[in-house]
Design a protein around this ligand. Structure first.
Ligand SMILES: NC(=O)c1ccc[n+]([C@@H]2O[C@H](COP(=O)([O-])OP(=O)(O)OC[C@H]3O[C@@H](n4cnc5c(N)ncnc54)[C@H](OP(=O)(O)O)[C@@H]3O)[C@@H](O)[C@H]2O)c1
Length: 303
């Protein structure tokens, strides 16, 4: 069993490569060895690797920058997934791809379902939605996992930003009118491993397990359970760090509305996703976001 992972230096890609190692042969590619902006390179890498599974963890994720770099975001988030889909089909491989809660406009007030209408508010969400469509159009066996608010021990994310700011600030103003589900990179990697390791034997992933998974190809929401705001997330981060770090002085966190923190890209006010379809289809899911936070903070080297 061979799994090709793209974006292997990203938050999710790095955790995935680690999580799958030992259970499958992992071919981990970063941008230097597989640049998704180069369709010819995608085809060449997949054809030489002949993988059973492709996990696309690479993406153009700079939500605000995408507003002025639409072409670059489109190439990586919309075109490349389609090429990966075509190559997956050619190789009869299963393509596991990540998408985002930002495909929705946030006007709902109950968790979004897969069949709810999409309406992205910015370039990033639009390009990710186009990537979903390109994969479906390619006709390959695929699982598209829409996730949200990803954070972890490395990379650019809200958890690390809060911890950095806490070193120099006594007070932080954090948006309280955007709601979602913080999802740790580690819990996402574990979810993919659980999906692949359908028999739960935890030894090696087999082709039969992959075929079983592929028989339920489609779009699934895959986020941590529960919900909060960025303000609530910040408060939980500092409360959790205080448990581990003796003498830690948390900054005061003030709740502000989005209107007081303008950003180039508009974000949905509500982007909680229901993962019920995933749970029903495969019997797996990601536990409450607070558990993921606890695990992530306890694993931080400096805590
Ligand atoms: N982060 C979130 O809050 C969030 C929320 C919802 C969904 N998602 C989705 O979850 C998936 C994983 O996201 P993440 O948080 O792990 O993102 P990330 O930490 O930003 O990692 C993305 C990786 O993709 C790589 N990449 C960018 N352009 C590339 C290219 N042209 N060729 C090859 N690699 C390229 C980046 O490499 P460089 O470091 O060289 O740029 C980076 O290592 C993505 O599909 C993302 O859209 C993320």
């Amino acid at each position: 069993m061979r799994v090709l992972v793209t974006g292997a230096r990203g938050q999710v890609g790095a955790e995935l490569a680690r999580e799958l190692a030992g259970r499958t042969e992992v071919l981990a590619h970063d941008r230097a060895t597989l640049d998704l902006a180069k369709p010819g390179q995608i085809a060449a890498r997949v054809r030489e690797a002949r993988p059973d599974v492709i996990v696309n963890a690479a993406a153009y994720t700079a939500v605000d920058r995408a507003e002025t770099e639409a072409d670059a975001a489109h190439a990586v988030n919309a075109v490349a997934p389609g090429v990966l889909g075509e190559e997956a089909k050619r190789a009869n491989a299963l393509l596991i791809h990540f998408s985002t809660d930002y495909v929705f406009d946030g006007t709902k007030r109950t968790p979004y379902l897969e069949r709810d209408p999409t309406n992205p508010l910015g370039v990033y969400g639009r390009t990710k939605l186009a990537g979903e469509a390109a994969i479906a159009q390619s006709g390959c066996r695929h699982l598209i996992l829409r996730t949200s608010w990803v954070y972890g021990p490395h990379g650019k994310n809200f958890l690390l930003t809060m911890l950095k700011l806490a070193q120099t600030r006594d007070e932080l103003r954090v948006v309280d009118d955007q709601r979602g589900a913080p999802t740790s990179s580690r819990s996402l990697a574990r979810l993919v491993r659980e999906l692949l390791d359908r028999n739960g034997d935890t030894d090696a992933v087999t082709r039969a397990e992959v075929d079983e998974l592929a028989s339920r190809s489609g779009l699934y929401h895959a986020t941590a359970a529960g919900e909060t705001s960025w303000f609530g997330f910040a408060q939980a981060i500092f409360a959790e760090v205080a448990r581990y770090r003796r003498g830690f002085r948390a900054p005061r966190v003030l709740a502000i509305p989005t209107s007081e923190y303008p950003t180039p890209a508009k974000r949905p006010a509500y982007s909680v996703l229901s993962s019920a379809k995933l749970r029903e289809a495969f019997g797996v899911g990601i536990p409450d976001w607070r558990l993921g936070l606890e695990e992530s903070i306890s694993a931080l080297p400096e805590v």
